[in-house]
Design a protein around this ligand. Structure first.
Ligand SMILES: [Zn+2]
Ligand SMILES: [Zn+2]
Ligand SMILES: [Zn+2]
Length: 110
């Protein structure tokens, strides 16, 4: 049995994306095709939905955003302190803006 060599072939039959693990495929289908919310930030003011559990973990670890008050007026990203905002580069700002737009488009398409 050479199961491992044949791995990485979990194909979504709706959009042909390929995933390495069956669980990744399951999360992908729930997130992209079924509109299920499996990995939602439990914070009431946030409620962001993520495709994979690790994204939610990252979000909760690095974002800590739920008490954050400092906001970038360009991209609306929140920061824990003025110091973090001052390290927020133009590049990061543009990237964040773009990510937000892409997320918005995703949900608009559904
Ligand atoms: Zn798919
Ligand atoms: Zn959150
Ligand atoms: Zn910004």
């Amino acid at each position: 049995m050479r199961k491992v060599a044949e791995g990485g072939k979990h194909r979504c039959n709706q959009c042909r994306s390929i995933f390495r693990w069956p669980s990744d495929l399951k999360y992908h289908i729930a997130f992209s095709h079924n509109g299920e919310q499996l990995n939602v930030c439990p914070e009431a003011t946030c409620g962001q939905n993520f495709q994979f559990p690790f994204q939610l973990v990252n979000h909760q670890r690095t974002f800590g955003h739920h008490d954050w008050q400092i906001v970038c007026t360009v991209c609306n990203k929140l920061f824990g302190s003025q110091r973090f905002l001052s390290r927020h580069t133009q590049l990061a700002c543009n990237r964040y803006k773009q990510e937000q737009q892409e997320q918005g488009q995703d949900s608009a398409n559904m």
